[in-house]
Design a protein around this ligand. Structure first.
Ligand code: ADP
Ligand code: ADP
Length: 226
């Protein structure tokens, strides 16, 4: 279970660039929250502060009531999926998925179980020995999702995970990510500039503009469709 509380979260980069200003949001357990808005509105910065990849300038961030501001990224129990997949090119699919567990000294047998299970969920069973360069874009993104799944993290953060895919694959992967969420029920924050993606995937939407939250609500509330 994972509930997030963001209180007046603020990020000022050097030279007075304020990327995010007084961001306030409660995220309930099991939600699939989508941050949507034009390029440069602060979506990625907010996500990176939650992941611990970017220092928080001001405000507080809690997971299940525990203040996380000063907790090291590796201790945040968060798994992140990036737009460019960030796979290790010299490792096989299996090794890519196993790597973070190896670092955490998880036993080989348990690693194997988790990787095999993730591969099954994602339809990657026949690709475990391949290197990323021998995979399609969709398969690469599945490996990136697999790396997040094996961690059993409390929270998934996804930063434009489908932006590098062609339109048809994007629609397909959208459905796959939704299915994954129904199955695992992991609290997820998903960042996109694509309104269709936001509308079809979100339990709730956070519409951002110039570092501020413009609107929060269900897709129905935000886009006012019947
Ligand atoms: P989005 O994800 O919505 O495209 P970002 O969070 O990447 O927006 O960026 C928000 C603002 O912060 C933009 O004005 C961007 O130029 C600025 N910004 C992002 N990263 C840095 C950085 N490392 N240094 C300075 N400014 C940055
Ligand atoms: P190490 O480098 O420590 O030997 P590996 O990741 O190479 O670890 O392999 C550890 C175990 O993972 C293997 O014994 C095997 O059970 C499993 N494994 C590795 N690659 C694959 C694969 N392509 N398909 C299925 N299982 C694999």
């Amino acid at each position: 279970m994972a509930e997030l509380k963001l209180v007046n979260l603020t990020k000022e980069y050097d030279k007075g660039v304020i990327a995010v200003k007084d961001f306030n949001l409660h995220i309930e357990d099991k939600e699939f929250i989508v941050f949507v808005g034009p390029s440069g509105c602060g979506k990625s910065t907010t996500l990176r502060m939650i992941a611990g990849l970017e220092e928080i300038t001001d405000g507080d961030f809690e997971i299940d009531g525990q203040r996380m501001n000063d907790v090291a990224p590796k201790n945040r129990d968060i798994a992140m999926v990036f737009q460019n997949y960030a796979l290790y090119p010299h490792m096989t699919v299996y090794e890519n998925m196993a790597f973070s567990l190896k670092l955490r000294k998880v036993k080989k047998k348990e690693i194997d179980e988790k990787v095999q299970e993730a591969a099954k969920i994602l339809g990657l069973e026949d690709y475990l020995s391949r290197k990323p360069k021998a995979l399609s874009g969709g398969q690469r993104q599945r490996v990136a999702l697999g790396r997040a799944i094996v961690r059993d993290a409390k929270i998934f953060l996804m930063d434009e995970p489908l932006s590098n895919l062609d339109a048809k694959l994007r629609v397909q992967m959208r459905a796959e990510i939704q299915k994954l969420h129904r199955r695992l029920q992991t609290t997820t924050i998903y960042v996109t500039h694509d309104q269709t993606e936001a509308m079809t995937m979100a339990t709730r939407l956070v519409v951002m503009k110039d570092g501020f939250i413009q609107q929060v609500g269900t897709p129905k509330e935000v886009y006012d469709f019947p």
